[in-house]
Design a protein around this ligand. Structure first.
Ligand SMILES: [Zn+2]
Length: 194
């Protein structure tokens, strides 16, 4: 079935947002948070964003490009941070959404690195640079949820990550993976404001 999907993106990645909204097998929408919510109560703000912008969506697609890094400062990233916080927020009658990170082609080399041999367990681990240099902390924390291990198997991640080219071959499959995380055990270990 077509899931209701919300797209969170930086202005520089608008062409990819438009491409997603045009995919015939996804039921997507985007509202931009351009009306400030007049409150200092963070829980109230997130509740309002959820109700006003994300009320029917169950998966948030978070575009990861070259301009959405935490290192560029929280003010620069204020909208995408709020969008992910609201997506992760469990409100009354409105449970948190799955998060699907889609890495746009320009950012691919910065995120997907060569696998490496682990000095701890001797296995080969994939090297995926998800952190403050590539994305916001709301995504990176809930991707690499601290687990005390030398690697992060799929079940230890809440966010789902995919490269743009793979995503476009089967967009609904990746949306379903993110949707399924909402009821997976790892859903109990997410953080709204890491
Ligand atoms: Zn290891």
């Amino acid at each position: 079935m077509a899931r209701k999907v919300y797209v969170s993106f930086k202005a520089e990645d608008m062409a990819y947002k438009d491409a997603i909204l045009g995919m015939s097998n996804l039921d997507c929408f985007h509202n931009s948070l351009n009306t400030p919510i007049d409150s200092v109560n963070e829980d109230y703000i997130l509740q309002r964003i959820r109700e006003d912008y994300l009320s029917d969506s169950t998966v948030t697609i978070h575009l990861i490009g070259l301009y959405g890094a935490e290192n560029r400062g929280p003010y620069e990233q204020r909208f995408i941070k709020r969008e992910l916080q609201a997506s992760l927020y469990d409100g009354a009658g409105n449970t948190k959404s799955g998060i699907l990170g889609v890495v746009v082609p320009e950012a691919s080399a910065a995120v997907f690195k060569q696998p490496y041999r682990c000095g701890n367990c001797g296995d080969s681990h994939s090297s995926v640079a998800i952190g403050d240099g590539t994305t916001i902390s709301e995504f990176s924390y809930n991707y690499y949820i601290p687990n005390g291990k030398c690697a992060h198997p799929e079940e230890d991640r809440y966010c789902v990550l995919v490269a743009w080219d793979d995503f476009t071959t089967a967009p609904s499959d990746y949306v379903e993976r993110a949707f399924a995380k909402r009821t997976a055990p790892i859903a109990n270990r997410t953080k709204v404001r890491p």
